[in-house]
Write a protein that binds this ligand. Structure first.
Ligand code: GLV
Ligand code: GLV
Length: 330
């Protein structure tokens, strides 16, 4: 018989186990064991009567789920920095705290954005496919040419923690750094990074590489569309490690096929996983990886510790160490 005074929590996926030990010690923890997320029905069943839920970006938290959870629910702890899967206002109306995992994945995500930028620019996946297909015959003066990364202009859209971490990498490559954000940042932040604020139009027109680091909101949904793609250089490389719906994917496929821009590298797609018949999957100048920006062993462990700490604080009625509040760029 579970002790009624122990809080009940549902953990929607296996996360690094060591970080879950304090949760298991203090709560009756139901941890979803499958690699795939619970179905919607299963999720709604499992959260019933819980004091806390640990969710992933694949679990939608809305009024329906909060109703299913019932009046004991005090906290939703998201194992991610992004929280577009959560209706934060609906949680606030019911006095349910929401936590996320900011900060710890900043540098790891910027590393992946940088890897994508380099890989798409210098055509690493194409080169690898070329070698494995047995096409490599000789050193070719015109083989797999791409743009220089060093000395190029990078445009960073969304200049929060992650965007700024990308700027630090760009500094090492001697790049000119432009940024756009809904908020113009203070010079104390932007000057040491050598980053100049410009309008989105100007950023798109001038950048050789455009890297997206905005939250997904109604304002940023399809921020990159046929119109904004046409504003970019035909030689531009677009990198997305933010959220798939920030890009209108059909428009991107057209732009890549028609040479409106030169290449794209995506860590995120809409939907995820990307269907194998999506036009982007068939394009050589589109590199796609399966939402792995924060996937370093160390960072996933730190994210787990933070999500566990938020969950435990929430079920105890204490302030969360890292609560979600407004929505600045991640
Ligand atoms: C991953 O995409 C995250 O938001 O942490
Ligand atoms: C490249 O391998 C070169 O030697 O130019």
């Amino acid at each position: 018989m579970p002790d009624e005074r122990r809080p009940r929590v549902f953990v929607a996926r296996q996360i690094p186990e060591e970080e879950l030990l304090p949760v298991r010690a203090a709560c009756d923890a139901d941890v979803w064991q499958d690699e795939l997320q619970p179905s919607r029905d299963e999720l709604l069943r499992r959260v019933a009567g819980c004091d806390g839920i640990l969710t992933l970006l694949t679990d939608r938290v809305d009024d329906e789920l909060l109703d299913a959870a019932g009046p004991r629910l005090r906290v939703v702890s998201n194992y991610a920095v992004g929280f577009d899967n959560i209706d934060v206002a609906a949680c606030a109306r019911r006095g349910i705290a929401v936590g996320n995992t900011p900060g710890v994945l900043t540098e790891t995500t910027a590393d992946l954005a940088w890897a994508l930028l380099m890989a798409a620019g210098r055509r690493l996946p194409e080169g690898d496919r070329y070698v494995r297909a047995g096409h490599w015959r000789t050193w070719g003066p015109l083989l797999l040419l791409g743009p220089d990364v060093h000395g190029a202009t990078i445009g960073i859209v969304g200049f929060g923690r992650i965007g700024q971490a990308v700027a630090r990498r760009a500094q090492g490559f001697g790049m000119a750094i432009l940024y756009h954000d809904v908020n113009r940042l203070p010079d104390e932040i932007t000057q040491p990074l050598g980053a100049s604020y410009v309008s989105l139009e100007e950023l798109l027109a001038q950048s050789d590489f455009v890297s997206l680091h905005v939250n997904l909101t109604e304002e940023t949904r399809h921020l990159i569309n046929a119109y904004t793609l046409a504003a970019m250089k035909p030689t531009a490389v677009l990198v997305n490690t933010s959220r798939g719906p920030v890009i209108d994917q059909l428009a991107l496929a057209d732009a890549l096929r028609d040479g409106v821009i030169w290449a794209a590298a995506l860590d995120v797609t809409d939907p995820e996983p990307i269907p194998m018949d999506d036009p982007l999957v068939g394009l050589d100048n589109c590199l796609i990886v399966p939402h792995i920006a924060s996937a370093s062993r160390a960072t996933r462990g730190k994210m787990a510790a933070m999500a566990a700490a938020n969950l435990l604080a929430g079920v105890r009625g204490e302030p969360l160490p890292t609560p979600v509040t407004a929505a600045p760029s991640p």
